[in-house]
Design a protein around this ligand. Structure first.
Ligand SMILES: Nc1ncnc2c1ncn2[C@@H]1O[C@H](COP(=O)(O)OP(=O)(O)OP(=O)(O)O)[C@@H](O)[C@H]1O
Ligand SMILES: [Mg+2]
Length: 327
């Protein structure tokens, strides 16, 4: 523009004044043009979001199951359960059968991708088995009202999610829709944060429980996030607690304290704990080792160590690593 205009001014087909004015207009115009570009961009992004919101709204309501509402004691049974992801041909879980008496703790260990999370997700019916049956208290979960089933299960997924809200609100989400919440507890949020050892961390935040987290607030550490997710699950004292690698980012000492307080409140409740760290699982009533969708070893910690199989191997290796770490 400058070059062409400059030439025109020199050969006098354009006056200097007109050229300066033209330039000024051009600069004025560039901002609205940029704004227009941004608006088009945002518009398109909104359309994409709208499509996603519509997908959620149009999602068919889940089959709620039938049968009367009742209290769940927490016995869990898997009968010949197989699970294959749609489009895959190898099953992730291959005819798994197991029974967890009410009140017991079952630990699941196994390599990455061995199907541990898949198994855990069958319980709250986030996934449905391809064949076989999952029973809670002897009733197939499909025949239970979904709300009854889910309110009986506290599930801490491997990658949990915090909302951009205060910590108090994030933890109270667990209480939503629970009418028979243990009302005897005057401060359930503080209580749950104490169990999950989050309370100590919150003391260091100036706003404490009212601290905003997520995009609009502080970013919690991985371990703090996991403990918040745990607190959200234990806050309504579920009959069944499922921890999918929920303490992986928590240091071993804090983990020990959490497990100790969990043992107290989970005494008469059923717990399923998935972990890579064997210190997390050693006190379980039963430990199963998953390998390629099969249960290859099963027993207590001492039994499995004595057996000298893969669990014993894992245990020896992790012990060694820890000893090296302690040096
Ligand atoms: N949505 C999916 N579609 C297809 N395959 C999947 C899907 N989710 C998981 N898988 C596959 O299923 C297998 C088991 O996954 P799963 O998450 O149960 O393993 P995991 O034992 O929990 O592993 P990790 O210890 O890493 O958590 C893996 O091979 C995984 O790639
Ligand atoms: Mg997993």
């Amino acid at each position: 523009v400058l070059w062409l205009g400059g030439l025109r001014v020199i050969d006098e087909s354009l006056s200097l004044g007109a050229f300066v004015a033209f330039n000024a207009y051009l600069i004025r115009m560039s901002r609205p043009l940029m704004m227009l570009g941004r608006m088009v961009d945002e518009f398109q992004r909104s359309i994409a979001s709208l499509a996603r919101i519509e997908a959620v709204i149009d999602h068919p309501p889940e089959d709620r199951g039938s049968g009367a509402d009742r209290c769940i004691t927490g016995e869990i049974e898997l009968r010949d359960v197989s699970f294959t992801f749609p489009g895959d041909d190898t099953p992730v879980l291959d005819r798994i059968s197991l029974r967890i008496p009410a009140g017991d703790t079952l630990a699941i260990v196994g390599r990455v991708g061995s199907g541990k999370s898949t198994l855990a997700r069958l319980l709250p019916r986030l996934l449905e088995p391809t064949t076989g049956e999952v029973l809670v208290d002897g009733t197939p979960v499909q025949q239970m009202p979904l709300a009854t089933l889910r309110s009986a299960i506290g599930y801490v997924p491997q990658d949990s999610f915090l909302f951009s809200e205060t910590i108090r609100e994030n933890l109270s989400i667990g209480l939503d829709g629970v009418s028979d919440s243990p009302s005897s507890r005057p401060e359930p949020v503080e209580w749950a944060a104490g169990i999950s050892q989050l309370a100590g961390d919150l003391e260091d935040f100036p706003a404490g429980y009212e601290t905003m987290v997520g995009e609009r607030g502080v970013t919690l550490s991985g371990g703090q996030k996991q403990r918040a997710a745990l607190a959200r699950a234990v806050i309504r004292e579920p009959r069944i607690l499922v921890l999918d690698d929920a303490l992986a980012s928590v240091d071993t000492h804090t983990e020990e304290r959490i497990l100790k307080s969990l043992r107290e409140i989970m005494k008469a409740r059923t717990t399923i704990v998935i972990a890579h760290r064997l210190s997390t699982v050693r006190d379980a009533d039963r430990i199963i080792l998953l390998n390629d969708g099969h249960i290859t070893e099963s027993g207590t910690h001492d039994e499995l160590v004595a057996k000298g199989g893969r669990y014993a191997d894992m245990y020896r290796r992790q012990n060694l690593t820890q000893e090296l770490g302690d040096l």
